[in-house]
Design a protein around this ligand. Structure first.
Ligand code: F0G
Length: 352
């Protein structure tokens, strides 16, 4: 029986027999062969569907470790700043652990699905009149001066949990690492965690290589690409609307050590990839997740993978579920036709 990532990858994680495991059976998410993308690229493309974690995003992998350790250390309150998914995950795991949860969100910039999760899991939600970077600064300061535990990805236990996605991908590919991994970059914890995971798995002898890491930021929120803080980040992909990533330096290390790159994609490219995934691959993600596939398509246009000279194995990380952000799903799609409740009227409307 699958009992979550701590049970599965315990020997790689900072837990002991005394750690009370707080789990919602996260992990074990599907690695789906993307037939349309594979054909388009002439490569073997896979989608790691992290939106199928218990709260609908990859954050659960890190949260199970962070909240288990918080409980072990006797925490009474956990706190985070969030563009939405971290808060949803923190709220759920804190509920399971019986720990109070406080979340700071940038006012008006969090998708409805995520906000409703934090509220229904009974977290205290505080909207800050400022962006994510501001909110993260505040919770870091609070955690320094009060007895609350910070569960943002600056908490190293978060990245420890998140790195298990790299292990899983290698296991699902029958003991090999992909040639390339494409991933959205926001606060830059996830790209850091994956790189840690791949290198540890290689050191442990489970794989013989590590992938080239290809990260993508949104054009209006691309501080790493532009090499400077973006004070007013803008993008339709609210999850990665971040101007000063906490794991900036370690993301650059992942990029450089793997011989990869961190580039940016426009909102238009993100939404095109978002619709492509839903319409051609049958996979519904939130806009931030589509940044990876938008990046893949951008690299294809630049003939990036042709240079490899062989059929590559490429894994795109799809970080969050489409139902997180219902408003984005309705942008630019046709409204349903309304017809009389009558068989003939329906057949007529079907345009057979
Ligand atoms: N994709 C989704 C769906 C996210 O929610 C995030 C980050 C990212 C990608 C980027 O990952 O920050 O590790 O580079 N969301 C955070 C949050 C910031 O508060 O939920 P990253």
């Amino acid at each position: 029986m699958w009992q979550g990532i701590i049970e599965k990858y315990r020997k790689f994680l900072p837990v002991t027999d005394r750690t009370p495991i707080v789990s919602l059976s996260e992990g074990n998410t599907p690695l789906v062969r993307a037939h349309s993308l594979s054909e388009l690229l002439g490569s073997e493309v896979y989608l790691k569907c992290e939106g199928l974690n218990p709260t609908g995003s990859f954050k659960d992998r890190g949260m199970t470790v962070a909240v288990s350790k918080a409980k072990e250390n006797g925490a009474k309150v956990v706190i985070c700043a969030s563009t939405g998914n971290t808060s949803a995950s923190a709220a759920a795991y804190a509920a399971k652990a019986g720990i109070r949860c406080v979340v700071l969100i940038p006012k008006g910039a969090v998708a409805l699905g995520k906000l409703s999760q934090a509220m229904v899991h009974a977290a205290q939600v505080i909207a800050v009149d400022g962006n994510f970077d501001k909110a993260l600064g505040i919770v870091r300061e609070i955690a320094e001066h009060t007895p609350v535990t910070l569960v943002n990805s600056v908490n190293p236990f978060r990245l420890e949990g998140q790195k298990t996605a790299a292990f899983e991908i290698c296991d699902q590919l029958d003991g090999r690492a992909p040639d390339y991994q494409v991933i959205p970059v926001g606060n830059a914890g996830n790209i850091t965690a994956y790189w840690k995971g791949y290198t540890e798995y290689k050191t442990a002898g489970h794989v013989s290589s590590v992938p080239v890491m290809l990260g993508f930021q949104a054009e209006g929120a691309a501080p790493i690409v532009r090499k400077k803080i973006v004070s007013k980040p803008q993008t339709v992909a609210t999850a990665i609307k971040i101007g000063n990533p906490a794991s900036w330096k370690s993301a650059e290390r992942a990029r450089d050590e793997s011989g990869g790159l961190i580039d940016m994609v426009t909102d238009r490219e993100i939404l095109e990839a978002y619709r492509f995934l839903a319409a051609k691959e049958g996979v519904f993600v939130e806009p931030a997740s589509a940044a990876s596939v938008a990046g893949l398509l951008k690299l294809k246009r630049k003939s990036f993978f042709k240079k490899a000279g062989k059929k590559s194995v490429i894994v795109c990380i799809l970080t969050g579920h489409g139902l997180k952000d219902p408003a984005s799903a309705l942008l630019g799609v046709k409204k349903p036709k309304t017809v009389r409740a009558d068989t003939r009227a329906v057949i007529k409307a079907m345009d057979l």
